[in-house]
Design a binder for this molecule. Structure first.
Ligand code: FAD
Length: 266
């Protein structure tokens, strides 16, 4: 159980204090969540709340830079936040939680029902990270969620300002865990599809991207059959739904998102 609280004043101080038994504390909605063992297994919490330089949203030649301590509510309220990111931030239905939870905390939590990671992945967001030596480096969000960056402080998130991107989230109520959150973008390289599937993980739907790029008007039934028989997809029967239901949901959502992006609302 954590018994030390360090109020870091700079990102360098926070990153330098990180050890195996110390955890960063941003909004605290995941660290202090009932059932979360993050604070339980740590001895030190490194609070980022008074850390200079981790807030603010600015725009620079086609890109929007977002400080990792920006809350979901900051994202919703800022003029400079791209519309697709505001939409994803509003998946967090509770305003109280939006006032606390940060974009950095959401990315680091990397949950299988993540509010923001599907949209950030479809946008090919770039994450700026700081190591314990105070040096920063940048990596794509997809590489970040693949792992290997444990212990590094997220300082900034950089996203394209003008990308065509649509998202969908399914849950029993606005406050419940989502069985599926899915986002797709359309760029000159083709379509990009990412999702968070409860109990299956953060997924990149490469086969669907390929199929929609080969034949943009492919039929819904063909997509349903393709996902139903896909061997690379590890969904399972659980309290969120059967394997068959999750596959059906992924397929019809992919089909709808593709149509929306191409201006053919389903
Ligand atoms: C009832 C409830 C329901 C929830 N439902 C969902 C949900 O459906 N989907 C979802 O995505 N989340 C959900 N959450 C979790 C949480 O609210 C969000 O993930 C939130 O965005 C976390 O942000 P935070 O700032 O509160 O992070 P914190 O709780 O402060 O931290 C979360 C993790 O990120 C690390 N961290 C924080 N900031 C940084 C940083 N800058 N650099 C590196 N590591 C950092 C922390 O050490 C910790 O491991 C839920 C929480 C609650 C209480």
């Amino acid at each position: 159980m954590a018994n030390k609280l360090l109020m870091a004043k700079t990102p360098e101080e926070a990153a330098g204090a990180k050890t195996l038994t110390a955890v960063f504390l941003a909004g605290g909605t995941e660290v202090n969540r009932l059932g979360s063992d993050i604070a339980e297994t740590a001895d030190t919490l490194i609070s980022l709340k008074k850390c200079a330089g981790l807030s603010g949203i600015s725009e620079d030649t086609g890109y929007t830079e977002i400080g990792s301590m920006c809350t979901f509510q900051d994202l919703v309220e800022a003029d400079k936040t791209p519309g697709w990111l505001k939409e994803a931030a509003l998946f967090m239905a509770s305003r109280t939680k939006r006032n606390m939870a940060t974009i950095g905390g959401n990315i680091a939590a990397a949950r299988d029902d993540s509010y923001l990671i599907p949209a950030l992945s479809a946008a090919a967001a770039v994450i700026e990270l700081m190591g314990s030596d105070g040096k920063t480096k940048r990596t794509g969000i997809r590489e970040y969620t693949d792992g290997g960056f444990d212990g590094m402080l997220i300082t900034k998130v950089i996203v394209p300002s003008n990308i065509k991107l649509v998202s969908k989230r399914y849950s029993n109520t606005a406050q419940s865990h989502a069985v599926l959150t899915m986002s797709a973008s359309l760029t000159e390289d083709g379509i990009h599809m990412h999702g968070a599937v409860k109990n299956a993980g953060l997924l990149h739907f490469c086969d669907l991207e390929k199929r929609f790029s080969e034949e943009p008007s492919v039929s819904e039934q063909e997509i349903i059959d393709m996902v139903r028989t896909c061997t690379g997809l590890e969904t399972a029967d659980d309290m969120f739904g059967s394997d068959a239901y999750k596959r059906y949901l992924i397929a019809v959502t992919a089909y709808d998102l593709n149509r929306q992006l191409r201006g053919k609302e389903a």
